[in-house]
Design a protein around this ligand. Structure first.
Ligand code: GUN
Ligand code: ZN
Length: 413
């Protein structure tokens, strides 16, 4: 049993958070929270005050082979991919390189307070297996897979469906459901890097094996026009619909340039948005129309989108989501932002056991600094999300096990 004394900030629903200025969080041997209660004389293992415990953050979209390209300011999207990203991802044919970066990547997630992530690999199945090994050792929760690419990209990054899909199945055999923490995702990178056969195979695999499917969608106007042209469809979403990739286990990153009709069909299918505002700002991709999502009650999660996004820290991304929402005229409350980055994000990824500090939930937690005066339910979420000068979190736990300790861990790389 582990007993932590701390301030506690946790979402209750999309509009409500709970803030306790002084509480005990009691964690059982199985890594579940067994109680959250006022201090009552029970001996504590650690007193974290004036620091705050929140649920671990959920990063619903980022790229493991892009760690070394954070800050490569060479957008827009298609130029950045050709010039910076594809050559970098080609290096993951080398298992030594993959091993090194996989370690850095996992440390970067844990140091940022992220306990659950949806991760795109490179095209290489072996490099993705190496990523799973690193995630397993790091103790993190993740849903990951290699990106599927077989057209219109450098030849060294193309893997035809008859090799890529069996390799993905083998990864699913090995890792899907591993230790209750790891899952395998089907990831056709985006329409422009996939043939029709690849997309159809990806849709089939996702449905047959019940695997989460994820892809980039409508991030950049030039990408949208090229995709429509190449597939001869009236809009972008049709390409994924025809492949059976739009369903209630689909997560689409960006969704900046969709029509009303696409939004209607997206919502009707039960698909989810991974909102990546910092990446959208950095590559000049545009603003995500939050009201289209909210009006249709589409589940929303947020993604750092490293490396087009410039940070592993989900609170920074939530701050960018605020800026995006202001820019499109629909400001969003910090409580809702916190929901997107924790419990709401987890639910959008289909994970029900994490994302809030309540009895019965998994003890996936982060200990962050909070000024003494951030002592109420209005101030605390705002400070946590909007104080860009705040240091990295002190400590991160998954299932009550420490996966990162700032004092012992140094800088992730
Ligand atoms: N679209 C296709 N690939 C990528 C990628 O790696 N990053 C982003 N932001 N968009 C993409
Ligand atoms: Zn991305």
């Amino acid at each position: 049993m582990l007993v932590l004394r701390a301030r506690v900030l946790s979402p209750i629903d999309p509009n409500t958070v709970r803030f306790l200025d002084d509480a005990l969080v009691v964690i059982g041997g199985t890594g579940r929270i067994v109680d959250v209660r006022p201090p009552d004389g029970t001996p504590v293992d650690a007193d974290l005050r004036p620091g705050v415990l929140t649920p671990g953050f959920v990063d619903a979209h980022l790229h493991y082979p892009q760690v070394r390209k954070v800050g490569a300011a060479t957008g827009p999207l298609l130029d950045w991919l050709e010039g910076e990203i594809f050559p970098e991802e080609a290096r993951f044919a080398d298992p030594e390189h993959a091993r090194h970066i996989a370690e850095v990547f996992c440390r970067s997630l844990a140091a940022a307070g992220t306990t659950l992530a949806l991760v795109y690999g490179s095209v290489h199945p072996e490099a993705t297996d190496i990523l799973f090994q690193a995630l397993d050792r790091a103790g993190l929760r993740a849903i990951a897979g290699p990106v599927l690419m077989d057209e219109h990209c450098p030849e060294v990054l193309q893997l035809p469906p008859d090799q890529a899909l069996p390799a993905l199945e083998a990864l699913a055999d090995r890792w899907h459901g591993h230790d209750g923490r790891l899952q395998v995702a089907v990831i056709p990178r985006f329409a422009l890097s996939c043939s029709e056969a690849m997309l159809a195979g990806a849709g089939r695999l996702s449905r047959e094996r019940g695997l989460l499917a994820t892809a980039h969608l409508a991030e950049n106007p030039e990408e949208c026009a090229l995709a429509r042209d190449r597939f001869g469809t009236p809009d972008y979403l049709t390409i994924y619909e025809q492949a059976g990739l739009v369903h209630d286990r689909s997560v689409f990153a960006h969704c900046v340039h969709l029509s009303d009709s696409e939004w209607d069909r997206f919502a009707a299918a039960g698909a989810r948005v991974a909102h990546c505002p910092d990446s959208n700002f950095f590559l000049g991709s545009g603003h995500m129309p939050v009201e289209q999502v909210e009006r249709r009650k589409i589940p929303l999660c947020v993604g750092t989108d490293v490396a087009a996004g410039r940070t592993f820290r989900v609170p920074r991304i939530l701050s960018s989501a605020y800026d995006n929402a202001v820019a499109v005229g629909t400001p969003v409350d910090p409580r809702r932002l916190l929901w997107w980055g924790t419990r709401g994000g987890a639910l959008a990824l289909g994970e029900t056991r994490v994302g809030s500090i309540e009895r019965g939930m998994s003890a996936d937690l982060v200990w962050s600094d909070l000024p003494e005066w951030g002592d109420n339910v209005d101030c605390a979420p705002a400070w946590l999300l909007f104080d860009h000068d705040a240091p990295r979190p002190h400590r991160t736990w998954v299932r009550g096990r420490v996966v990162w300790d700032r004092e012992g861990g140094g800088y992730p790389w």
